[in-house]
Design a protein around this ligand. Structure first.
Ligand code: SOE
Length: 390
């Protein structure tokens, strides 16, 4: 058997997303027969003890305590950026200059301007680039895309999408990096909004104009750090200001005439990861809920009258993208597999010399929608995407 070309990964960061990406790189060759295969070469993090332990636990061959050192190494082909948002641009631009392929977590950058600089850098360097919008790689979402592309739903009229969470409702939950504008760029808007904007762009098309509103329900929080998975409180004596949104909502018109309603929040009691959408077309509708991610609800007007209604398709059959690489039909997959599916495309892109979607172009277009909504919140009126991204 021909030996496969190894693609040596250098990952910057190693927490929540680091775990998801490490798992995906490790398991990818187990399920998929790609032309090139990833190797967990090195990770970088500032805390030596922490990064060393993470490297051992997650199976990385080596570690660095400075990401710059990772980029200098000539035994690294890809830089994977899983750090807080304020570091994406600097790392990505340096990695591109060093000729490394790049996979970057979302949102691409703090601002549209920064994301354009990142796009310029990867284009100039001619490296392969992707942004990690993993949800579009759920087999059910890919299947929804196929149904829409085949015209099974006809002309699309509506998309309504939410991403609702509730981990921030305790007023004593501390002021973590996700709540500081200079580190995260925005709150729910860039964190969760970026995901549903990506799903909408993938399934419906480009945005034309938006009008939005945002709110910060709790404006001061105790200083401290906390894992968002823990329901934790800090009995703080020192307090700091939250300068990002707790919730964001907007209306949109698409280039193809469809209308969109979007809502993201960290104050939606009972919702842990309420990433859901419904799309209505002239001949059918689809619904998806990430907490039930293997299923797609489909309504087709062409069904016999009397039998019409939403049917639930368990997208684990050979006809459903990526599904048959895992288990026999009916044997469901999970959140972590969406990352594997995305990285399969990254490997295909490296083997074929192209940047699969979603790439930095998609990251820029996504950032333009985020920015247009923010501008609309300031002005109180509609903002067209062409005003922010000429
Ligand atoms: C936290 O709000 C978070 O983990 C996001 O950062 C992710 O992108 C999203 O997938 C789930 O929620």
């Amino acid at each position: 058997m021909k030996e496969k070309r190894q693609i040596r990964i250098g990952m910057v960061g190693y927490k929540f997303m680091g775990k998801a990406h490490s798992h995906a790189f490790r398991d990818l060759p187990f399920y998929f027969d790609t032309d090139v295969i990833p190797v967990l070469q090195a990770i970088a993090g500032r805390d030596e003890q922490g990064v060393k332990e993470a490297a051992e636990k997650m199976g990385w061959a080596s570690y660095e305590t400075d990401w710059r050192r990772l980029i200098e190494r000539d035994d690294i082909d890809v830089i994977d950026i899983v750090t807080p948002n304020n570091t994406h641009a600097e790392i990505a631009i340096a990695a591109a200059k060093a000729g490394k392929h790049i996979i970057c977590e979302k949102p691409l950058a703090l601002t549209l301007e920064q994301s354009l600089e990142m796009l310029e850098a990867v284009k100039r360097a001619g490296v392969v680039h992707m942004i990690c919008h993993n949800y579009r790689f759920a087999p059910a979402v890919q299947f929804a895309k196929q149904l829409i592309a085949q015209g099974r739903l006809g002309k699309i009229y509506h998309i309504r999408a939410t991403f609702l969470q509730d981990w921030l409702m305790d007023p004593n939950f501390p002021l973590i990096w996700r709540l500081k504008k200079e580190v995260s760029g925005s709150g729910t808007h860039g964190d969760l909004g970026a995901h549903i904007i990506d799903l909408a762009r993938f399934l419906v098309g480009e945005f034309r104009e938006v009008v939005g509103m945002m709110e910060t329900f709790i404006k001061k929080r105790p200083l401290g750090d906390m894992d968002i998975h823990l329901k934790g409180r800090v009995e703080g004596t020192a307090w700091g200001e939250v300068d990002v949104d707790d919730a964001s909502a907007f209306l949109a018109r698409f280039e193809n005439g469809a209308l969109g309603v979007f809502e993201v929040s960290r104050f939606s009691r009972g919702n842990r990861a309420g990433n859901r959408f419904e799309i209505n077309g002239e001949r059918g509708s689809i619904r998806w809920d990430m907490e039930n991610m293997n299923n797609l609800q489909v309504y087709l007007e062409d069904d016999e009258r009397g039998l019409q209604g939403f049917r639930t398709i368990n997208c684990t059959e050979v006809e459903h993208p990526y599904a048959s690489a895992y288990w026999p039909a009916g044997h469901i997959i999970g959140y972590e597999h969406t990352f594997i599916n995305l990285l399969v495309e990254m490997m295909n892109g490296i083997a074929g010399g192209y940047s699969p979607s979603p790439n930095f172009e998609d990251g820029v277009r996504n950032q333009a929608v985020l920015e247009a909504v923010e501008r609309s919140v300031q002005t109180g009126g509609w903002v067209s995407i062409s005003e922010v991204l000429p």
